[in-house]
Design a protein around this ligand. Sequence first.
Ligand code: PMP
Length: 351
Amino acid sequence: MSSYWSELTASLVPYVPGEQPKDQRYIKLNTNENPYPPSPKAIKAIQEAANADLRLYPDPTCEDLRVVLADYYGLSKEHIFVGNGSDEILAFAFPAFFSASKPILFPDITYTFYPVYAKLYGLPYETIATDDSFNIDPAMYRIPNGGIVIPNPNAPTARYMLTDYLREILDANREQVVIVDEAYIDFGGESVVPFVKDYPNLLVVQTLSKSRSLAGLRVGMALGHPDLIEGLNRIKNSFNSYTLDRLALAGAVASIEDRVYFEETNRKVIATRERSCEAVRQIGFEVIESKANFLFMTHPSQSAKEIFATLKDRGILVRYFDKPRIERYLRVSIGTDDEMDAFVAALREIA
Ligand code: PMP
């Protein structure tokens, strides 16, 4: 351990991202990327933006992108904040809206970045217990708290919560900020973005990483009341006032504008998910019903850790979590039909 570290650094247990192997031959189903390329229009826009203007700083307000997003969501640009992936937006939102006096609430099984941010900023948190099938009872969000983070669908469980339940949680928690992390919402779930106009304490976070195939570009967005957006801007401008670079801004605008491509690729991912879910159930796996671009699955008798290792030996990467309550599960991102057929064929031989 470095003697130069602060006490904070020494105490941190940072988030560990999924493996990104250099070997391109893997069938990569481990980090919930989209198997299809980004919109060709987005790629062209990025290529065209790679020009002499890169000597200039980008627009610190990311206005063009916010205008396009406002049009897409039926809001105004004052309701929109953009960042380098939704991870960065969450990293700004924690210090912007939560404080040390009352705990933040998030589910016990959820995206591991939430506790990482809470610890980084010295913010207390309490977890909401999920049941054996990882469902969450909205009534549990009635305990005193200083803010709430709900991923919908949840990760890594894929559990989806109906918007009526989210409204119930919002109604019971009007005094504090409720963040709904909709990283996976485009794969069949219903978004709470239309609630933004009714709840000034609601911040919806989305990303271009999953349904727009742009994980490599790092673009996320937050939608909420202009006061919340102003809070995020204060934190952002205290770190780095230039958020997205020129290439990311150009690519993100073109991606949002290409609705036809977006809908077509999402339809394909959803169809492949349903087929794959059925196929692995037939092999004997229990699979949580998914409205995300991944499956969370367990075998009643076989070790997930061993299946993970055998699949890896065969060139198929999935995600295994060595954590209490989910150590019997695998999280499998939805690939192309061919990739999923190869995955199912390998499982048939193993399981
Ligand atoms: N929220 C959830 C629930 C996620 O699973 C992820 C992806 N790992 C993110 C946010 C972050 O996505 P990104 O930073 O690529 O937008």
